[in-house]
Ligand binder design. Structure first.
Ligand code: SF4
Length: 456
């Protein structure tokens, strides 16, 4: 098992990594399949299943799929060009992917929301088909968007992870293995993760890539802190980050601030990111879009509010967080549709706690403890977005996830790393709890807040 830091932190667009980015990536992969095929195509169509159907409208899954079929990709997404393209497709019922012929595609008729049973492999399934001049299907592929923008075909899902572990020097698959390797090598978790990355990537690319990840996260916070207005989707949720930030700035230096105000700082950074995500802006999956505010908020808190903080710790923060995120993804899930919000905001909180603990000089045992504390106290948390929008409870929830991360790192640093619940046990509990959780609470908007908030 090896998951690069750049697989965990992917630059993309809101509002959802699994429901927006993933379907766009799947569509891009289908275009590659079509290009490699000997057939001549005249049309394309598809269907969205499970959570992609139930919350697809709120998450703009149809829009992302159509744009993906038109050749758009999350990391190079251009909003204005996308709007123009959608208008053209809607009016002409034609789509022209790069390096393929113009294809028949009526957005209303050719992309179906299927509210029947889930596809067998995962709650987020989609089928894409290409047709010939007679309208017969000549190419078909099933994709699963398994969280965090990761996409697998039916075959890949069944085959499992075939990546060789020989390629990296520290191929830890569990937290226990990670701690044992750290003890034997005398290296930090970040140093081991860095060595793993450098086995597959040049130093300059790793370094510039990490800088870019933090730059995009930081820019996203700044945009979110400067924008007013109402978020799209019909819930009439007002952006709050700017107002809270302005108030916090005004209080700064006066003696009006209570000590607990520091929680507002952590929350406002996270809310800024998640408001941008909800508005379809550029974010970094950390590990998903829905949970993309926690980690940047904690890193910004560290840089701006912790005495003696150093920007030289940013890479170690990100690498440590990615190592923990990899363990959670591979041994349980980072997908709300698969395991509820314990996997998304819970996973993000564990990653950020580990990153902060590392930046503050924690030992590998203290870092594992920090991640475990943060994750343990998100266990059982459901995913029930109101109206299928990544707004309520998601935006505030990221703020609270950030606060828990900082508390977890701080608690862990007060100890010597010994503790009762191993991180591996906590991750396994997440997996089992997710498997037992009713589908009503796994990003279907069929239960929880989604059905109990009045007038929604
Ligand atoms: S409730 Fe949590 S898991 Fe569900 S969409 Fe919101 S952030 Fe993601």
């Amino acid at each position: 098992m090896f998951l690069s830091v750049f697989e965990m932190f992917k630059i993309g667009i809101g509002p959802s990594s699994s429901h927006t980015m993933g379907p766009m990536v799947a569509a891009a992969r289908f275009l590659d399949l079509m290009r490699a095929s000997p057939f001549t195509f005249a049309g394309v169509r598809g269907s969205l299943h499970g959570s992609l159907a139930f919350t697809g409208v709120g998450h703009a899954t149809d829009r992302a799929t159509i744009l993906g079929l038109a050749g758009f990709k999350p990391d190079t997404y251009d909003h204005d060009a996308a709007e123009t393209m959608l208008e053209t497709i809607r009016s002409t019922h034609k789509i022209t992917p790069p390096d393929l012929p113009t294809l028949d595609f009526n957005p209303k008729a050719d992309l179906k929301f299927d509210y029947g049973p889930n596809l067998p492999g995962h709650a987020n399934g989609m089928i894409l088909m290409a047709t010939d001049a007679q309208g017969d299907v000549v190419l078909k592929e099933t994709y699963y968007s398994v969280g965090g923008g990761f996409v697998l075909t039916e075959h890949e899902l069944q085959a499992g992870d075939q990546k060789t572990e020989d390629a990296v020097p520290y191929p830890f698959k569990t937290a226990q293995e990670m701690l044992s390797m750290a003890e034997r090598s005398g290296k930090s978790i970040a140093a081991m993760k860095r060595s793993n990355e450098l086995a597959l990537l040049e130093y300059d690319k790793l370094s510039s890539g990490l800088s870019r990840i933090w730059q995009v996260m930081s820019d996203c916070i700044e945009r979110g802190l400067s924008r007013d207005g109402v978020l799209p989707g019909g819930l009439n949720v007002k952006r709050r980050a700017k107002g809270i930030y302005d108030a916090l700035q005004a209080e700064r230096g006066t003696n009006q601030s209570a000590p607990h105000t520091i929680n507002d700082w952590m929350s406002v950074y996270a809310m800024a990111v998640n408001e941008e995500n909800a508005a379809g802006g550029q974010v970094v999956t950390a590990p998903t879009n829905g949970a993309s505010g926690v980690l940047p908020a904690v890193l910004r808190y560290y840089l701006d509010h912790v005495p003696g903080a150093s920007a030289s710790q940013i890479d170690d923060f990100l690498l440590t967080a990615a190592a923990i995120g990899g363990l959670i993804k591979e041994n349980a899930s980072i997908s709300g549709a698969e395991a509820g919000c314990q996997a998304e905001v819970g996973g993000a909180s564990a990653m950020a706690a580990a990153g902060l603990c590392a930046a503050l000089g924690g030992t590998p045992a203290q870092i594992e403890n920090a991640a475990e504390i943060a994750l343990e106290h998100h266990l059982g948390m459901t995913c029930d977005p109101v109206k299928g929008l990544v707004q309520v409870p998601c935006i505030e929830r990221n703020g609270l996830g950030a606060v828990k991360s900082v508390a977890a790192a701080s608690l862990a640093l007060r100890g010597d790393g010994t503790h009762l619940v191993p991180l591996d046990a906590c991750i396994e509990t997440l997996r089992q709890t997710g498997a037992d959780m009713s589908h009503k609470y796994k990003e279907t908007s069929l239960g929880g807040l989604a059905v109990n908030v009045p007038n929604c």
